[in-house]
Design a protein around this ligand. Structure first.
Ligand SMILES: [Zn+2]
Length: 142
């Protein structure tokens, strides 16, 4: 005699759980890549904010600050988190350009620009993000 109960059997439930597990395992790398792209975008936004703050300070005081923290201490940046790479949490490399250095001089970057390509924070493409003296931001990959 057949049961009149129309619910799920244990086997059906296990099959559904297995399908969900397989699909989520297949989508995980896509989520991780999207997360990485978001952090790179956030890192660029931080450097844009720093560029504007440096420009404002340069207009006000006629000189670059000795450290990036000075921008926060003097109120040019209101969020301390902007001074760190959103992926690694490490403070940005900063080297104020000397007088006469061109707009190509690196002022600020995700990490020391001398870091080998494989060890850079946004390393899945071997890139680092640079803020230059002229205010330009570029992705460097080699
Ligand atoms: Zn970064």
């Amino acid at each position: 005699m057949r049961s009149r109960y129309l619910g799920f059997t244990l086997i059906e439930l296990l099959v559904v759980i297995a399908i969900i597990a397989i699909l989520s395992a297949a989508l995980m790398p896509a989520f991780s890549a999207a997360n990485d792209r978001a952090r790179i975008t956030e890192c660029k936004a931080h450097l844009t904010t720093i560029a504007l703050a440096l420009k404002m300070r340069l207009d006000d005081k006629g000189a670059y600050p000795a450290t990036l923290r000075q921008l926060y201490d003097e109120g040019y940046i209101t969020d301390e988190a902007v001074l760190r790479c959103s992926k690694t949490g490490v403070e940005y490399y900063y080297s104020p350009p000397a007088r006469g250095e061109g707009a190509q001089a690196v002022v600020c970057a995700c990490c020391d620009p001398q870091t080998p390509a494989g060890q850079r924070p946004h390393g899945f493409r071997g890139s680092l993000i640079l803020l230059q003296a002229g205010g330009g931001i570029r992705d460097k990959s080699d």
